[in-house]
Write a protein that binds this ligand. Sequence first.
Ligand code: FE
Length: 315
Amino acid sequence: MTPIATINPTDIRKGNGTMEHTPSSDPRQVKHIVTAHRQTEGGGFIVRRPIPSQDLELLDPFLLLDELGPVTYDPGKAIGAPDHPHRGFETVTYLLEGEVQHKDSAGHQGVLRPGDIQWMTAGSGVVHSEMPSPELLDKGGPMHGFQIWVNLPARLKMTNPRYQEITRDQIPTATASDGLAQVKVVAGKALGVEAIIDTHTPIVYHDWTIQPGGQVSTDISSDHNVGVYVFSGTLVIGTDGQEVENGQLAVLTEGSTIQFAVSPNESTVARFLVLGGIPHNEPVARYGPFVMNTKEELQQAFADYQGGRMGQIKV
Ligand code: FE
């Protein structure tokens, strides 16, 4: 979700796409903590954004993590992101509350509802819109969700666009043996349960809920970069006992397991996302809705969009 009005192709931010190497450790611990900042996006809605931020340009392969809301719109006031393009990566939208109507230049359209996931591979380019559903706009109501941007490696940046839409009841879930921790497995595996979504490169995307007093450990590939974003309550990660608060993203050290716990003294559940993926370790040239490897490819993306070669929304 990016406002195209502010695009300036000469202002290109580059990341080196690499994470510093840390010695292997098992289980993973918190390496550092990033506090999300608030930012206005799309047609004017507020997001909490830990990536990119001053402290974390990139958590390779994750380019962006936005928490949309939570917000309650009055009738007629809900806003979204009107027609805009993307190229070179994937946008993944996961709703907890509210309804988002999407349309795109490949002729897809639909409405995402609470618990649903849309995994869109922009690849060579799409133009799409992400707007509140007509019913939400008319009646008003709550909106809460997430959008992440997953980078594609150079060999896949110009792949054909692809959509995967997974409804709430199709997302596998697992419960820890103490019954106090639950996970929705959007991508990858958790507690032996495997997601149904197909990703171009190995990606982990979990939505966890842990009750006060709960504790759980789950396996995760040791070659993944891993970030944990807490959006409710206070979570303890690793055997060091590091606390991570609502609105903070913890970047983890290497290791093949992660231990999560919530103190029995807490009054609220902890809710958090786990994002993991194998780093591409490639140059990143990004601006606005395009993420490529070089400045020249970025300029080509702008030229292709302005020349109408990413299509337009006809539905
Ligand atoms: Fe978008």
